[in-house]
Design a protein around this ligand. Structure first.
Ligand SMILES: O=C(O)[C@@H](CO)OP(=O)(O)O
Length: 343
């Protein structure tokens, strides 16, 4: 039997594995060289629900076969009950703008019009999924528009945990009843995908379906730039970023932030302007600063939520995972657990 746990040695937390044969006292540590070198030194052991923190020697591990068996990465909210040892809640928030849509390709104002992805958009979503395939995700939010849902589903099926994205249908009682899942296991092995119209692209009013370049020629670059990027100025009969922000950030605060606060990891697949308004909130940007904020199609952005603040973890343009996201300790542990499960 192989089991694993967390150890902290000289300030570095590591996941370790140990293999037990039929004699439960016969434990060999198989992936923690630092323990092999220094098992007589004091090592701090975290054990879920058993003790908070204590000094121990390798012989202690051997004498306690029940030690640290963990079937999955422990959510931070489940760490031991000793408050002095409990790490503060730290959760991941992934934001992805949908991949290229068929109207992005034609350079048309899209807004609330429900347009699917292009082949390139599909590829962007798959690539985005690969980039986040090692990150923990408990809940997925998309807009009510197909381009964000296609992106979310295509990205999620790349995830290494192999969970099944399941679209939640709760718009009325019958839809909810008819889409019930009666297996706890099947529910556990799924990503709940929650759709919310509040995350839809901002409504572009009378510009929807018109070509951006032609509109710029007709009304002037400056005017069109104001319609597209300013905070307060709405396009004709459409929503300003400020109006869009009221519903998108309002929804984020009411439905998404509470998950992050309770130790759950969340992915949001949405649109250029709903994400601009959410990023404005996360990064406390001013209405002037948000003018320069652009969000590319199909590029996942990672934020860590901790103690009421959001920290951006790197720019996802590097060629390697390390170059893409600076993983926190908890995220590195999650990734390591996925590695163990797949070998
Ligand atoms: O057309 C749209 O709906 C949006 C996003 O594609 O365009 P813009 O970048 O001008 O806000």
């Amino acid at each position: 039997m192989i089991s694993s746990g967390f150890l902290e040695f000289n300030g570095a937390v590591q996941v370790y594995n140990h293999a037990c044969d039929s004699n439960p006292h016969n434990v060999s540590l198989i992936s923690l060289p630092v323990i092999r070198k220094g098992f007589d030194s004091d090592v701090r052991l975290f054990r879920r629900g058993i003790c908070s923190m204590r000094n121990f020697r390798l012989s202690d591990v051997c004498a306690t076969p029940q030690v640290s068996i963990m079937n999955h990465i422990t959510p931070v909210s489940d760490w031991n009950s000793d408050d002095s040892m409990r790490p503060s809640i730290e959760t991941a928030l992934i934001l992805i703008r949908h991949g290229e849509s068929m109207w992005n390709e034609k350079n048309l104002f899209t807004g609330s019009v429900d347009v699917p992805l292009t082949r390139r958009g599909v590829e962007e979503a798959i690539e985005a999924g690969k980039r986040i395939s090692n990150l923990p995700i408990d809940y997925v939010y998309t807009s009510a528009l197909i381009r964000s849902q296609m992106t979310a589903v295509l990205a999620l099926i790349q995830h290494r945990c192999k969970k099944v994205p399941i679209i939640i249908h709760n718009c009325n009682e019958q839809a909810e009843a008819w889409s019930q899942i009666y297996s706890d296991e099947a529910r556990k092995q799924s990503f709940p995908v929650i759709r919310a119209w509040q995350l839809n692209e901002r409504m572009y009013g009378e510009l929807q379906g018109l070509n951006k370049q032609e509109i710029a020629k007709r009304y002037g670059e400056e005017q069109v730039h104001e319609w597209r990027r300013s905070y307060e100025i709405p396009p004709p009969e459409g929503e300003s970023l400020q109006m869009c922000s009221q519903r998108a950030v309002g929804y984020f605060k009411e439905h998404i932030e509470p998950h992050l606060q309770s130790g759950k990891h969340v992915m949001v697949a949405a649109h250029a302007n709903t994400l601009r308004s959410i990023i404005m909130y996360l990064e406390k940007l001013t209405s002037r600063q948000v003018i320069g904020l652009e969000v590319s199609t199909g590029v996942p952005l990672l934020y860590i939520y901790k103690e009421g603040t959001f920290m951006k973890r790197g720019s996802p343009v590097g060629s390697s995972e390390a170059g893409v996201y600076a993983l926190t300790r908890n995220l590195a542990l999650y990734r390591q657990k996925l590695d163990e499960m797949s070998c």
